[in-house]
Ligand binder design. Structure first.
Ligand code: GLU
Length: 471
């Protein structure tokens, strides 16, 4: 599907729709829209059987208006230059949208990771890092990769280790990549961050009574029916946080197919079933659907595409029966389909906002690496003591006595994870308000995606102004 639809064109169609609402000079808009640098590489790796295979890979840096540039690395057999450019552009707009001070980048390695052993994947990752390093496409001040589809903490730790081996003098070397394991300089809460952000963002969208009334829905997440396509890191955690908030998961999809149960699916049991049988199909009590895309057409309140791009297209968008589409994946809805959903009164919460939790917490990890100190280390005990003093004063004033357990419950200082999650929540809440304000500024004419793009374009334009490049 992604072969027929040019992904970068789709992103640019969204961009153009939003740019028409702004008054920025044409040349400046062109500069923002263009993908600045693309490095395509081919390198050999030795397979376990001694044979040599040539691997194709890319890194695109869409915009260096802020440095470092930032964005994940995807391992997938469909990776191509158009996709990497489009995803790097989305990173630029995403970072600007949620006020994370990075430019946008994205990398991709064209492999089907299931066909490689762990040691082969390690050799591919280390060689890819070396190639990036040789051309100046990686470094804590230049370009900072992260996980994306098909990669995770293990690959990130190989990248960090390779980079550090090449740059012994760089005291900030660990900041060359984010999404690392905690023991290798990662930050607590990063793994769950994108899924948690998807939950926070959807919760914000569902908190406005007027907007919900237009959809025929009440406010809040509790009791809403949810369908999730893709149970990777993002989809799994989104499912978990929606369930914990009282939503009912009525449909789940993976690449082998989809399952449907209007009474609700238990995400942990589905994951255990998949680990055991290698498939989500035939889950007890649920109905099998032949294709993963069938899940997109299930009746529900909230549909969360959390897999790949170009899933909701002109071909199937009229069969979408959700009231809200929350884009957890990057680019799951084509420009034409997005417009059509809007006309049909379906609310689309755009990817560049909704899945920004990952890069937001990557930003926190990068800050941690540069500051060389765990969040909360300096203030945790100090705050605990301050709360205890306050509680003591309240007890003295009221004559009430709290037990030590109660005091401990009220007076614990924040851990790193508490602070990361609080920073993430703050980002998702305030960013949603910025989108709504921008929409209101334009008489509520633009949809949420267009409003989010306008916010991003305005932010980037200001930076170019600050740099003195454009008046
Ligand atoms: N790959 C993620 C995304 O698309 C995370 C990027 C990052 O943390 O740099 O947003």
């Amino acid at each position: 599907m992604s072969g027929e639809i040019k992904f970068f064109d789709q992103v640019n169609a969204h961009f153009d729709r939003a740019a028409a609402y702004t008054k920025h000079p044409k040349g400046l808009l062109e500069q923002i829209r263009e993908c600045n640098s693309v490095y395509r590489m081919a390198f050999p790796i030795e397979k376990d059987d001694g044979s040599i295979e040539v691997i194709l890979a890319w890194r695109a840096e869409h915009s260096q208006h802020k440095l470092p540039t930032k964005g994940g690395i995807r391992y997938d057999w469909r990776v191509n230059e158009d996709e990497v450019k489009a995803l790097s552009a989305l990173m630029t707009y995403k970072c600007a949208m949620v006020d994370v001070p990075f430019g946008g980048a994205k990398g991709g390695v064209r492999i089907d990771r299931r066909k490689y052993s762990e040691s082969e994947l390690e050799r591919i990752t280390r060689r890819y890092t070396y190639e990036l390093f040789r051309k100046g496409f990686i470094g804590p001040a230049v370009d900072v990769p992260a996980p994306d589809y098909g990669t995770g903490p293990k690959e990130m730790s190989w990248i960090a280790d390779t980079y550090q081996a090449l740059t012994q003098e760089d005291v900030n070397g660990l900041g060359c990549v984010t999404g690392k394991p905690i023991a290798q300089g990662g930050v607590r809460g990063r793994k769950e961050a994108t899924g948690r952000g998807v939950y926070f963002g959807t919760r914000e969208a569902c908190s406005h009574a007027g907007d919900m009334a237009k959809l025929g829905l009440s406010t809040g997440i509790e009791g809403k029916t949810v369908v999730i396509q893709g149970l990777g890191n993002v989809g799994y955690y989104a499912a978990k946080f929606f369930s914990e908030a009282g939503a009912r998961l009525v449909g789940l999809a993976e690449y082998e197919g989809a399952i449907h149960d209007p009474n609700g699916l238990d995400i942990e049991k589905v994951m255990a079933h998949r680990a055991e049988t290698k498939s989500i199909l035939d889950f007890p009590g649920a109905k099998n659907l032949a294709k993963t895309s069938d899940a997109l057409e299930l009746e529900c309140d909230i549909l969360i595409p959390a897999a790949l791009e170009n899933q909701i297209t002109e071909e199937n968008c009229d069969r979408v029966r959700a009231k809200i589409v929350g884009e957890a994946a990057n680019g799951p809805t084509t420009a034409a389909a997005s417009e059509r959903l809007y006309q049909r009164g379906i609310m689309v919460i755009p990817d560049m906002y909704l899945n920004a939790g990952g890069v937001t917490v990557s930003y926190f990890e990068w800050l941690k690496n540069l500051s060389h100190v765990r969040f909360g280390r300096m203030e945790k005990r100090f705050e605990e003591r301050a709360y205890r003093k306050l509680l003591q004063a309240v007890q003295n004033m009221t004559g009430k006595t709290l037990t030590e357990d109660e005091i401990r419950g009220f007076a614990s200082g924040p851990s790193e994870e508490d602070l990361v999650n609080s920073g993430l929540e703050e980002t998702m809440v305030t960013s949603y308000e910025r989108i709504r304000e921008k929409r209101a500024e334009h008489g509520d004419r633009p949809d949420l995606r267009t409003a989010a793009f306008i916010v991003a374009i305005d932010m980037i334009a200001v930076t170019y102004g600050d740099l003195g490049i454009f008046p």
